[in-house]
Design a protein around this ligand. Structure first.
Ligand SMILES: NC(=O)c1ccc[n+]([C@@H]2O[C@H](COP(=O)([O-])OP(=O)(O)OC[C@H]3O[C@@H](n4cnc5c(N)ncnc54)[C@H](O)[C@@H]3O)[C@@H](O)[C@H]2O)c1
Length: 248
């Protein structure tokens, strides 16, 4: 069976950069039309320019429920949703402020609730749909140093995913979650460059994966493609580590 995304409409949050952008390009290459959602307008415009008619861009902050409702009300049909928007906050419990905790939870977890709830009626009406949430190895999978609020938010995504999967399996809606290790994206590059010793930081990141390198965003989007497609029709509520062996 081939992937068949012709005439399929896929919404992706965090589509302007990194993993979300790679997913948008991979899926558009397979024939899908992308509803690209992101708060960063300039990168979103570049994606729109690249994908042309295959992309409907929506400049939205996914933590803002009113903005989601007003800006997405014209989207009546989607076949799949990728919740990829997220931020990496650093530090341990002792240096995590209330503001940073709330900002991390809002961006990485509450936004998934808002966007998924918004599109759920569409899936239920059509009795089909596939949701792919992007968590991280730094979650309930593995303790990673100085990722306190981040790991809490990403563990929440795993729980949210299983809950949606079990509630809606009989109504044709599948929901799965992927947990990447380190991926070469703009924010990861910034993290490396801002380290005291960037070349050592890069080596350290590479060696965290048993494979000995970080992932390319396209290696993550291939799994997203599979989970959105009918080829994964028996898969729901599953947690996929895609981490070059980081969790072993
Ligand atoms: N890069 C990694 O090593 C890695 C590893 C594991 C998990 N992840 C997860 O993958 C996802 C994508 O990460 P990435 O590295 O590609 O990041 P990235 O920063 O390159 O891209 C994230 C995108 O999300 C958008 N975004 C952030 N907050 C938003 C909001 N409130 N509303 C709308 N858009 C928002 C940003 O503008 C950006 O375009 C994140 O959820 C991240 O936690 C990344």
């Amino acid at each position: 069976m081939k992937y068949s995304f012709n005439k399929k409409i896929i919404a992706i949050t965090g589509a302007a950069n990194g993993i979300g952008r790679a997913a948008a390009i991979t899926l558009a290459g397979e024939g899908a039309t992308i509803i690209a959602i992101d708060k960063e307008k300039s990168s979103l415009d570049k994606l729109k320019f690249k994908l042309k008619k295959k992309c409907i861009s929506k400049n939205i902050n996914c933590t803002d429920l009113d903005s989601i409702k007003s800006n997405l009300k014209d989207i009546k049909i989607i076949d799949g949703l990728v919740n990829c928007a997220g931020i990496v906050s650093q530090g341990n419990i002792m240096n995590c402020s209330k503001e940073e905790w709330q900002h991390t939870l809002n961006t990485n977890l509450t936004s998934v609730f808002y966007i998924t709830q918004f599109f759920m009626n569409n899936f239920l009406k059509r009795k089909k749909g596939s949701i792919v949430n992007v968590s991280s190895v730094a979650s309930s999978i593995k303790g990673v140093k100085k990722r306190f609020a981040y790991s809490a938010s990403k563990a929440g995504i795993i729980g949210l995913t299983k809950s949606i999967a079990v509630d809606y399996a009989k109504q044709g809606v599948r929901c799965n979650v992927i947990c990447p290790g380190t991926v070469d994206t703009p924010t990861w590059r910034k993290r490396v460059l801002s380290a005291n010793n960037p070349s050592q930081a890069k080596k350290d990141f590479n060696s965290r994966q048993i494979i000995g390198r970080v992932a390319k965003p396209e290696e993550i989007s291939d799994l997203i493609l599979f989970l959105l497609s009918d080829r994964s029709s028996f898969v729901t509520g599953s947690v996929y580590n895609i981490d070059g062996g980081m969790s072993l």
